[in-house]
Design a protein around this ligand. Structure first.
Ligand code: DX5
Ligand code: ZN
Length: 221
């Protein structure tokens, strides 16, 4: 398993040239494509449905697609995204009444399953689900928009989550999403993260490769 995964969020890509821009960020060295699904109900913004995911697959994107569902209800979306070619599907516990069942549904479709915790959402949600998940995604901003600042309390939460992962003895990715930049990625990694979502930090610069290389250099210490 790769030590560190860089997952650009295509929320900040050029939506008018989505296939091309996604391929461009992969050619620049991205490992995974982070795909933000917002429904203007669970979060105050509206983005892409599963047809966009299928369109990227049809365009020829073969990299893993990491779907972050900020939408409710989740069941239909899990099924449609799995069929559209999602690799990972992560859900917020507040978006489903039956978290265990929804996680199982993701796995039944052959995808890796993740739980997403908002900045003020308790780690207690992990107690009875940690044995079943492949990814824990900690939000380091309140979900809904790209370009926000990293919330500092996430550092402590990352450390506590890393400890829980070690105690579980399981192979779980610890992903962080929101406000990740070249100048804070090393500290975020030190706190325990091993998968990094970055939207505006990468797509906001003309040279994606320069940003991704700089992030890897920071991660290498
Ligand atoms: C926020 C999304 C993030 C967002 C991150 O709700 O889940 O994935 O794209 O954007 P940046 O990296 O700009 O904070
Ligand atoms: Zn996201």
């Amino acid at each position: 398993m790769k030590e560190f995964i860089i997952a650009p969020s295509i929320l900040s890509a050029d939506f008018a040239r989505l296939g091309e821009d996604t391929q461009k960020v992969l050619d620049a060295g991205a490992d995974v494509i982070h795909f933000d699904v917002m429904d203007n109900h669970f979060v105050p913004n509206l983005t892409m449905g599963s047809m966009f995911c299928k369109a990227l697959r049809d365009y020829g994107i073969t990299a893993p697609i990491d779907v972050h569902l900020m939408a409710s209800p989740v069941e239909e979306l899990i099924t449609s995204f799995a069929k559209a070619g999602a690799t990972n599907i992560s859900i917020h516990p507040e978006a489903t009444i039956h978290l265990d069942r929804s996680i199982q549904l993701i796995k039944d479709h052959g995808c890796s399953a993740g739980i997403v915790l908002n900045p003020a959402t308790s780690l207690d949600y992990l107690d009875y689900i940690i044995d079943k998940i492949d990814i824990i995604l900690l939000m380091s901003v309140n979900p809904g928009f790209g370009g926000q600042s990293f919330i500092p309390s996430t550092f402590k939460k990352l450390q506590q989550t890393r400890k829980r992962i070690i105690d579980s003895g399981r192979d779980i990715r610890l992903e962080v999403d929101g406000g990740v930049k070249v100048d804070n990625i090393a500290e975020i990694a030190k706190a325990g993260a091993d998968m990094f979502v970055a939207g505006s930090a990468i797509f906001g610069e003309p040279d994606y490769k320069a940003v991704i290389d700089a992030m890897r250099q920071q991660l290498a210490g």
